[in-house]
Design a protein around this ligand. Structure first.
Ligand code: NAD
Length: 368
């Protein structure tokens, strides 16, 4: 203790730091001037919000300080579990009051897909940075509305693309950009799981905006773009439905789709709610290949190339994501792979085109 006190005094730290237990002193150090901490409120306290909250316990730059929920009993539980002050807890009807709250920097919207737009707009209007779960909205027009609202309100908008910060993913992407695989002309993305409870919001179009594509297929779309490092110029797609009762009108069960890129590269992907163990990326180049399985699950991500396995250690994705997002929002850091609203809109444009291709049976051209 004596040594610690001496160290702190030598380091010129305040009596506040001296009066705190050792672990809290460390938190104080990391929240000093150079290392501001992002104070986050989570909106929608469902299963993914719970995962994010647990992961944030290990964050260095981001801290859970508040919640927005329609269920008072959940707010009480979360307050107790995470030590949240009552003044940082809101219902959906009182979100506008966030404007008066100086202790919250950003709100992470983790509600059903179709609610992302109204919720993101409410947060932006209240003057807080918006972090929005994927898909950012249920179509590109809604996505553009969110981008415009955040710009008009002078707040930043980020999308919860956790894979954009995952170490093995980034390693492969950097190898691709450095030409280690040669000319990459083929990507395969397989994304799916067997969905359970038929009465959940994911199978209710009014809340989900679609089926497997909105939820899990988006990982193959996003992955095709970051693994190839190009934007697609055309889309073709085919739908299969084995259970039209569970997967009603406007809820896609299985879609295979192909994306064509300016270089001539092609992506061939599968999105489904009817197959398990489907979480795989494969990238083929003239000089080598990369493979990932699992490729987008919560990890550990397993990745290897023609040269052997990758060995970046597993860190809980949401911990890294929230720390990195703090650097983006507080320090203006530019991430290697973007997570801004424009990135969210790009995936939504492709989803729109996939649905149009399924509907019309035609090849749909994209702006690229
Ligand atoms: P969930 O059903 O577990 O939670 C949704 C929450 O929204 C619930 O707390 C619910 O009470 C609340 N909610 C508010 N208004 C609602 C309404 N009108 N109807 C229904 N629920 C309402 O869902 P989840 O799995 O946490 O998914 C939430 C979002 O997070 C989705 O957009 C999903 O795509 C995304 N998500 C992302 C990842 C990822 O890895 N990035 C993983 C899971 C989910």
């Amino acid at each position: 203790m004596k040594n610690r006190r001496k160290f702190l005094q030598t380091a010129g730290l305040s009596t506040l730091a001296l009066s705190l237990p050792w672990s809290e002193s460390l938190a104080y150090l990391s929240s000093s001037k150079e290392e501001k901490v992002l104070r986050v409120a989570l909106m929608g306290l469902g299963s993914y919000a719970s995962r994010v909250a647990e992961a944030m316990k290990d964050c260095r730059r981001a801290k859970l300080v508040g919640v927005i929920s329609g269920t008072p009993s959940k707010i009480a539980q979360w307050q107790q579990k995470y030590g949240l002050e009552a003044k940082n807890c809101y219902s959906y009807d009182t979100v506008h009051l966030l404007k008066e709250n100086k202790d919250i920097d950003a709100v992470y919207v983790i509600t059903p897909n179709a609610l992302h737009k109204p919720h993101a707009l409410a947060v932006a209007t209240a003057g807080k940075h918006v972090i929005c779960e994927k898909p950012m909205a249920i179509n590109a027009d809604e996505g553009r509305e969110i981008v415009a609202a955040c710009t008009a309100a002078g707040v930043q908008l980020l999308v919860g693309y956790r894979m954009h910060f995952e170490a093995n993913t980034l390693e492969i992407v950097k190898k691709q950009r450095a030409g280690e695989f040669g000319k990459t002309l083929f990507f395969q993305g397989l994304s799916g799981f067997i969905i359970g409870n038929p009465s959940q919001w994911r199978l209710n179009r009014a809340l989900s905006g679609g089926g497997a594509m909105m939820d899990i297929g988006i990982y193959s779309i996003n992955g095709a773009r970051y693994m190839l490092g190009e934007e697609p110029v055309w889309v073709t797609a085919q739908e299969e439905k084995t259970d039209p009762v569970k997967f009603g009108e406007g809820i896609d069960e299985t879609i295979t789709f192909q994306l064509g890129f300016p270089s001539g590269a092609i992506a061939s992907c599968l999105s489904t709610y009817s197959l398990n163990h489907l979480d795989k990326f494969f990238l083929s180049g003239s000089k080598g290949f990369a493979e990932m399985q699992p490729s987008t699950g919560y990890g550990p991500i397993k990745a290897w190339t023609h040269a052997g396995p990758l060995d970046k250690p597993h860190v809980t994705h949401q911990t890294t994501q929230m720390d990195e997002m703090a650097s983006i929002l507080l320090d203006g850091k530019t991430p290697f792979l973007p997570v801004n609203g424009e990135e969210g809109v790009k995936d939504l444009q492709i989803i729109d085109a996939i649905y149009e291709a399924v509907r019309t049976g035609k090849k749909i051209m994209l702006p690229g």
